[in-house]
Ligand binder design. Structure first.
Ligand code: GLC
Length: 489
């Protein structure tokens, strides 16, 4: 069987570049796809200044594929990563990507298209990225690309650039967060009028264009796939999504990376059979954050971008209630300055119950998952969410809002024999406090029931294998009607 050449097009690919969950998926999913017998996946991503630095730091080499080419106002080339775990090709276009930051110079610019703090040439940067992959990507395979798998608005111009007719390759769009659509003024892209599907009420909407022109639209959990066809979650594109249909395939996590038995960031290894390492992680964490250890308290953690989507205001409202809830809280995150300032002020006032680190610190995040009793994920919407899966793998029970992928990945403690966490009954501060109360009561009054939840959470298989075979099926479904156009293998 000849393998299907698939171009995985993403603006974030860990460990080279990352502002959020897209980077995790860009780093892990292609590897899982390549473990499928019939897929030959190559990742295409921009060579940001920071990405080049990571490549150099790891002592890896980059090798040019073919000649330089003109890309917009400058020259570009494709550089193949030599020796990485996943076949990866960087689009090296210094005039577009050699600067600090991915979407803007600031740290709070995750997924930003035109928002505050974004580079003002993001339309040019990411549409040229798409152009480079569509025009020159085949060089990496030595054969035509059969299928493009495009992620979010940054890669959304791809289906608009593919040729019409029998030679047209397949194209799958995956939406990781519908709140970011790639909306820009005007009607021009790549120096000409954008395809009509990309034009919307006098401006450009890259994601809307791809929703119309891709062969299949997917998102990162089944529940979010349903939600985004409604006004409440559709961000103005609900009708488009209803019309096209959207499939949800839940994300996974890299189980070899997220394993408390062998995580160098933890003070001591542990697993479901021997949790002593968790107690050690807890002690270290409390000491690190300067919080007193009092028996009978529920230790809560938050690891999050501090953006409205993630409900940092709900977390802030919880802080004054920590005393009556007999809980302590540790928050690690960075993001919007207003949320940072608010939490900062609270951490001064409530310093014995609330520890705050305004940072993006991968190692501390792992120690939090290992040391706290429960992780709060009070998102207003959550396409999939990865934090709750990392937490469960490390034995921290998630307390989550009843939205998106959180519904698909966390089962409430009230479901006999199946619970893995706590679901809030609504998305507001009182509902969060109620869920925290419920968790605290269970921990104190029914420790065996808590232990059973924890065992179940830790035993759940969050690896990519299951979703990778769903992806492979979906790809085959997209290719089937196009098969007549492909040369016989
Ligand atoms: C975005 C979403 C998050 C999802 C991630 C990866 O960050 O907000 O819910 O898990 O993308 O798909």
């Amino acid at each position: 069987m000849s393998k299907l050449p698939v171009a995985f097009v993403s603006s974030e690919v860990a460990p080279w570049s990352q502002t959020g969950g897209l980077g995790d998926v860009g780093g892990a999913l292609p590897q899982a796809l390549n473990a499928q017998p019939d897929l030959d996946v190559i990742v295409f991503t921009p060579l940001y200044r920071s990405a080049r630095a990571v490549v150099e730091l790891r002592g890896l080499a980059l090798e040019a594929i073919g000649d330089d080419f003109v890309l917009g106002e400058g020259t570009a080339r494709l550089l193949r990563l030599v020796g990485g775990p996943t076949p990866t090709v960087f689009v090296d276009a210094p005039h577009l990507f050699h600067r600090p930051g991915l979407y803007g110079p600031g740290s709070g610019s995750a997924y930003t298209d035109t928002g505050k703090g974004a580079f003002d040439d993001n339309l040019e940067r990411f549409s040229r990225f798409c152009e480079a992959v569509v025009t020159h990507g085949h060089r990496a395979f030595g054969a035509p690309i059969a299928l493009y798998h495009c992620h979010d608005w940054q890669a959304a111009l791809v289906p608009g650039l593919l040729p019409d007719g029998p030679e047209r390759p397949g194209c799958v769009l995956t939406i990781h967060n519908l709140a970011y659509q790639g909306v820009f003024a005007g009607d021009q892209v790549l120096g000409r009028a954008a395809p009509p599907a990309y034009q919307r009420q006098g401006h450009l909407n890259l994601l809307a264009g791809a929703i119309a022109m891709a062969d299949q639209v997917t998102t990162v959990s089944p529940h979010y796939a349903e939600e985004i066809t409604t006004v409440a979650f559709g961000c103005g594109l609900e009708a488009n999504l209803r019309w096209r249909g959207v499939t949800g395939i839940v994300n996974g996590i890299d189980a070899s990376d997220w394993n408390p038995r062998q995580d160098p960031a933890l003070p001591a290894p542990f697993d479901a059979a021997d949790l002593r390492g968790r107690a050690e992680a807890r002690r270290g964490l409390l000491a690190e954050l300067g919080l007193p250890d009092e028996p009978g308290t529920l230790l809560l953690g938050v690891v999050s971008r501090l953006a409205g989507q993630k409900g940092p205001d709900l977390v802030a409202e919880l802080v004054p209630r920590l005393g009556s809830l007999r809980a302590r809280l540790i928050v690690l995150g960075s993001g919007e300055p207003a949320h940072e300032a608010h939490l900062q002020a609270l951490s001064v006032r409530h310093r014995h119950r609330f520890g705050l680190r305004l940072d993006f610190d991968r190692e501390l995040a792992r120690r939090i998952y290992a040391g706290v009793d429960a992780i709060l994920v009070p998102s207003r919407f959550e396409p999939c969410g990865l934090v709750q899966m990392y937490a469960m793998a490390y034995g921290a029970l998630p307390i989550v809002s009843p939205v998106g992928g959180l519904v698909d990945t966390v089962t409430d403690a009230s479901v006999p024999g199946e619970g893995t966490g706590f679901a809030m009954d609504a998305v507001h501060a009182a509902a969060l406090a109620r869920a925290v109360q419920r968790a605290g009561d269970l921990l104190r009054d029914e420790p065996e029931a808590w232990a059973a939840l924890q065992q179940r959470a830790m035993a759940t298989d969050w690896s990519w294998q299951a979703s990778a075979s769903a992806w492979a099926r979906l790809f085959r479904g997209v290719m089937a009607p196009l098969a007549h156009a492909q040369p016989a293998a």
